[in-house]
Design a protein around this ligand. Sequence first.
Ligand code: FES
Length: 88
Amino acid sequence: MNKITSNSDGPVEIELTPGKTYSWCQCGRSKTQPFCDTESHLGTGISPKDFTVSSKRKVWLCMCKQTKMNPYCDGTHNKLKKIGAINQ
Ligand code: FES
């Protein structure tokens, strides 16, 4: 199975630390959203996205898992809400 699960109707704002590697959950099943919990994606065929930032800053991380600019929100969640495609 490799179906992405969308559980949120918007992004989450988080302050990130430079030099640290973050692992953004891409499957939507992690219990430690928006980050990977290292096991919930197993068997889905979907892997987390590792990323870093170069300076300390607040970012909006995608929670709907449909962004085209992962791990950052690109506004796609607004389209999903309009068509009722987000699991609540
Ligand atoms: S939460 Fe905004 S695009 Fe996913």
